[in-house]
Design a protein around this ligand. Sequence first.
Ligand SMILES: NC(=O)c1ccc[n+]([C@@H]2O[C@H](COP(=O)([O-])OP(=O)(O)OC[C@H]3O[C@@H](n4cnc5c(N)ncnc54)[C@H](OP(=O)(O)O)[C@@H]3O)[C@@H](O)[C@H]2O)c1
Length: 349
Amino acid sequence: MSFQHIRISRFGGPEVLELVEEPAVPEPGVGEVRIKVLAAGTGFTDVFIRNGRYPDFKGPLPFTPGYELVGIVEKIGPGVTSLREGETVADLCVVGGYTQYAIRPAQFLVAVPDGVDPAEAVCIPLAYLTAFQMLTRYRKLAPGAKILVIGASGTVGTALLDLANHFGLRSIGTCSAVNLSIVKGYGAKAIDYKAGDFVRAVRKLTAKRKGGRGVDIVFDAIGGAHFKRSFACLARGGLLVGYGAQTMAIGRASLISAGIGLLRLNVWSAFRFLHGGRNAVFYSITARRKQKPEEFKTDMVTLFDLLRAGAIHPVVIDRLPLSAARDVHKRIERGGLGGKIVLVPWAAT
Ligand SMILES: NC(=O)c1ccc[n+]([C@@H]2O[C@H](COP(=O)([O-])OP(=O)(O)OC[C@H]3O[C@@H](n4cnc5c(N)ncnc54)[C@H](OP(=O)(O)O)[C@@H]3O)[C@@H](O)[C@H]2O)c1
């Protein structure tokens, strides 16, 4: 039986995303399963991988993009005992999601509870897990703690705001003017980062805080020199969590500038006693999963429970067939989506 997937044969713009048909569905090998994919998440990290700038994936070419998927285990390979056929699972695959069938190692697959919409479930492995771990794994933030989300209108940004509401935190978010209403929709204070100096705006918003102005934690995926501005928004004892290098990803900053940004985080962390106890870390979902595979699974299960209970609310703005992949990437690059576009590989093209 033939099947369709998206193939990238060279790094580049959206035009390198090709819909291709393979003559036969592959068989799972030892420790693997075959998944019939019901939903494939799309997002900025796929664009980052597609243009060849993503540090953790440089090929080999050709490959199928797609950082996360949800689907049904259709066939189990030799040696797999933890899963059963017919079960719905989620995977943070990094590449390989934009396809009707995927062969995946069973090791990191997490069961998706019955009754959960696959398109909403596929928002969990990358955006919500990143947000959840950054919010809970470094600090115990008490209800009422103040967070600053840079890029609050993006998929990770909105997941941070959604989870912050769940935990009773108070949020400030930066975004473009066109997205202010998205950020305010989460009850956050919204700052248009293009209209002025957001550091000054954050200080103004927190000027009357007990214990001094500034926020308790900042999340920043812009990277490079931007980390310095985010660090300047922290209250005494606060924490900057860097988790990206977006200006480098879109070619607006060099690799060196991104590297200096990372170095800064290390220096601030080592010399935090010189900065009023302000600390900094870098979060990487794949590095952390490698170090702590059980924590990854525990956190995924927690998030699926929250999703099933209606306690978190991923925003799916479109469900489109694989043939729409190029247009989807163009839309992601334009920005301002305010939610996730999900590819539904079995939808009619
Ligand atoms: N380290 C990890 O483990 C990890 C995990 C997941 C994602 N990431 C990274 O996190 C970043 C965000 O991912 P995403 O999926 O949320 O992307 P996204 O949905 O495209 O959102 C990015 C947001 O950043 C905003 N933005 C762009 N330039 C900005 C600036 N100078 N100041 C403030 N906001 C700015 C945009 O807001 P406006 O459109 O409103 O301007 C956009 O909504 C990407 O670089 C991704 O690779 C890292």
